[in-house]
Design a protein around this ligand. Sequence first.
Ligand code: ATP
Ligand code: MG
Length: 349
Amino acid sequence: MLVIENLTKRYGKFLAVDNLNLHIEKGEIFGFVGPNGAGKTTTMKIVCGLLDATSGNVTIDGVDALKNSDDIKRKVGYVPDFFGVYDNLKTMEYMEFFGSMYGMSKEDVDEIADGLLELVNLSDKKDVFVDTLSRGMKQRLCVARALIHNPDLLVLDEPNSGLDPRARFEMKEVLKNLGAMGKTIIISSHILPELSEMCTSIGIMDKGHLITSGHVDEIMNESGGNSKIHIRIADMHGTEKSQPDKTEMTDSIDLEADDNAAAKQEKLKEDTYSRDKDRIQTLLMEQPNVTKVKFTEDEIIVSFNGDEKASATLLKNIIGLGINVSAFYKEKEDLESLFLEITDGGADE
Ligand SMILES: Nc1ncnc2c1ncn2[C@@H]1O[C@H](COP(=O)(O)OP(=O)(O)OP(=O)(O)O)[C@@H](O)[C@H]1O
Ligand SMILES: [Mg+2]
């Protein structure tokens, strides 16, 4: 449906989109994820014919989007990241205003707009000034407006930003319904878990590059299936260095000797603690499937690339080594941390 090939966009010397390649099939809900400045808005605007590309090809249903921006605007509905100001326009007038831009008659717009406002749950706001709508309502009105000319492709730039959980949920429902109607949808966000729930596929972009794209499961697998295992060790706390109790400290010279003794004791504890740490670190690193071992304040986090059976073996092994395990659990495979890992680790500048 949408094919992007070697798309590059420079703003002056600044490279905002770098040789991007992407295919999106008809009926897909594609989530475009990336941190601020990744190039999401730039790419989306080019796809919608609102911004010129520096080089590359974009086709929508075989139509060259870079050369036929008027045709493309009929095929595409765009929901920008900012709503804009519309003094003195009521909701229905706002829909009529956008419909007229596509050459639609008032009657046609009214009929279609009725259905669209119902779809986005704004039927009771037809005669309200748009500037008085809440943010969530404005976002949904934007979606309705972008659908007025019945486009095949809907491009939404962060439709969920600034929405409360209820409004996010409602937006998600609207988009799922549109997906069920067979529309192809591209939606951008900073929040990967949110998109993963409603998207059929996602692309992760950072610094102008598409780092990875595909179905969420595929991306999770590609990332090596690395998981994190949290381990607590009972006697680590016994040897853990403790803070001296400041309330007992005085300026008295008599107590100086005691202080010295306490400091020595502290030092001893610290040494034992770091020796234990080193020992445990070495033992853990020797275990199969363990790629990294990190000590935090009160637990050990082990990066692990084995399956369930392998993690059971790990637990058995470390108990067998005489380590006093008090807790052992696998962190739930978390999309947010995957996203952070990918965008952080993927940067090459
Ligand atoms: N008109 C412009 N002139 C110069 N640089 C621009 C312009 N528009 C965007 N950029 C730069 O291009 C890069 C990509 O911007 P873009 O808006 O596409 O990012 P984004 O992924 O949408 O970010 P955000 O998540 O913050 O919306 C940024 O570094 C931005 O500063
Ligand atoms: Mg943006």
